[in-house]
Design a protein around this ligand. Structure first.
Ligand code: ZN
Length: 374
C-alpha cells in the first residue's frame, strides 16, 4: 500500500492542509476502483467504514489477492473537518464561499473533446488510452487558486480515470440508500443488496454536478461531443453515492458489515482473487426515480415529533409528524405527500419554517430541475 499526501492550496499564509489517499493493488491491470469517505465532513459513518476497509484492503494486498488498483481516501474533506463555528461541526458547506462541498465539480468533456479532435481512430483501446491521458491533463489544468478549488481538483484528479467510483456519505436519520444513474444501476444493484439498502434513487442528471455524476457523466458527454459510438470509445466510469444511514449510526458492527459488503462488491467486479462471495441474505432493493423523492417541509417553526420511522411504507395522506408551535400551542399534522417509503428524516427536533423534515420516495417522477437538497 502506498500512502500519498496531497497538499491543498493554502487558505492563508502560515496554513496548509493535506488530503491523504491510500493506493492498494497493482496499477498495471487496467482496472481501478476509487472510494472516498465523508466529502461532507460532518457525516461520520463513512470514515469508520473506511477504517474497516483499509484493514481489509491491506490484508488482501498482503495475501496478493488484489487484481486491480483500489484507491481509498479515508477522510475526503480536511477543510470541512476543521470547521466548527460556535462549537458546532459544519462539514457540508465551505464557510468561506457558502458552497456545498459536493457540488460544482468540473465537466471536462468539452476540454477533452477539443484535445482529442483528429487524434482518434478505429482502435478502441488506443482511443481509450488517449482519452484518459487527455482527461488527466485536463484535470491537472483545472485552476486551484483557493483551498476549495484545490480540494475539488485533487479529488477529481484521483478519481477521474477509475472504472468504479463510490462516494460514501450519510443522511441525518435514514435507512441505507444509494444514488446513481440509470446506466450505473445494473452494476450497483448487487452492492445495494449486499449493504441491505431497501432503496436506490436514480437520475441521469440531478443538477449542480455532484462528485459522483462528474465522474460518471464525463464519458457519455465525451462520446456525444465526439459523435462516437460506445464501441469506439469503450471507457466509462460508473459512480454511485452511498448514504450509510444516519449521522449517529457510528458503530463497529455496522461499519464492519458495510466494509465487508464493499469488499464483496469489489470481488464481484473482479478486483479480488478468490472464491465468489456468498449470496446476499438481503432482499433486492427498490430502484425509484430521484424525481419521485418528495420532501416534506415545515410550514412554520416548531417542535418536531415524528409519528413514523425511517423505513416505513406510507400511504399518501398518512400522518408522519406533528409540528408544535410552543408559543401558541398550535399543532400541525404533516402527512406523506405520496405513497412511498419514508427513507430519511431530520435529526433536529426544533425546526425553522421551510426546513425539510423528511423525504418520502414514491414511484412517480413528480419533480424536475435540481433534484438534490442544498
Ligand atoms: Zn453527504
Amino acid at each position: 500500500m502506498q500512502v500519498r499526501h496531497h497538499r491543498l492550496a493554502p487558505a492563508a499564509p502560515g496554513t496548509t492542509r493535506e488530503l491523504v489517499s491510500l493506493h492498494h493493488g497493482p496499477t498495471d491491470r487496467g482496472r481501478k476502483a476509487y472510494l472516498q469517505a465523508s466529502l461532507h465532513a460532518d457525516e461520520v459513518p463513512p470514515m469508520l467504514v473506511a477504517q474497516h476497509l483499509r484493514l481489509a484492503l491491506r490484508q488482501l494486498e498482503a495475501e496478493g489477492r488484489l487484481t486491480g488498483e483500489v484507491v481509498l481516501v479515508p477522510a475526503a474533506n480536511p477543510i470541512g473537518l476543521a470547521q466548527h463555528p460556535l462549537s458546532q461541526p459544519q462539514g457540508r458547506f465551505d464557510l468561506g464561499s457558502g458552497e456545498n462541498f459536493n457540488r460544482h465539480y468540473a465537466d471536462l468533456s468539452g476540454t477533452v473533446a477539443q484535445a482529442l479532435l483528429g487524434r482518434l481512430g478505429n482502435d478502441a483501446a488506443a482511443n481509450l488510452q488517449q482519452a484518459r491521458a487527455a482527461l488527466a491533463e485536463a484535470c491537472a489544468g483545472l485552476p486551484a487558486t483557493d483551498e476549495l478549488a484545490s480540494l475539488r481538483k485533487t479529488l477529481l484528479g484521483l478519481a477521474a480515470d477509475a472504472d468504479l467510483v463510490l462516494d460514501l456519505h450519510c443522511d441525518h436519520e435514514a435507512v441505507l440508500h444509494l444514488y446513481t444513474t440509470p446506466e450505473g444501476w445494473p452494476t450497483f444493484a448487487p452492492l445495494a443488496q449486499r449493504l441491505g439498502a431497501p432503496l436506490a434513487l436514480l437520475a441521469s442528471d440531478s443538477g449542480d454536478a455532484p462528485f459522483d455524476e462528474a465522474c460518471s457523466t464525463f464519458w457519455p458527454r465525451l462520446a456525444e461531443r465526439l459523435g462516437m459510438d460506445a464501441d469506439q470509445l469503450p471507457g466509462r466510469c460508473l459512480a454511485a453515492t452511498v448514504e450509510l444511514r444516519g449521522e449517529v449510526d457510528v458503530c463497529h458492527r455496522l461499519a464492519a458489515q458495510d466494509a465487508q459488503a464493499l469488499v464483496d462488491f469489489l470481488a464481484m467486479q473482479g478486483f479480488v482473487d478468490g472464491p465468489a462471495p456468498t449470496e446476499s441474505k438481503h432482499a433486492p432493493p427498490l430502484a425509484l426515480p430521484l424525481a419521485g423523492s418528495m420532501p416534506v417541509r415545515a410550514p412554520h417553526a416548531g417542535v418536531l415529533v415524528f409519528l413514523a420511522d425511517c423505513g416505513e411504507r406510507l400511504a399518501a395522506g398518512q400522518p408522519l409528524a406533528e409540528l408544535i408551535d410552543p408559543a401558541s400551542g398550535a399543532c400541525t399534522t404533516l402527512s406523506s405527500p405520496v405513497d412511498g417509503l419514508l427513507y430519511a428524516r431530520a435529526s433536529r427536533r426544533f425546526v425553522r419554517a421551510g426546513a425539510t423534515l423528511a423525504k418520502v420516495a414514491g414511484r412517480e417522477p413528480l419533480r424536475e430541475g435540481r433534484l438534490m437538497s442544498a
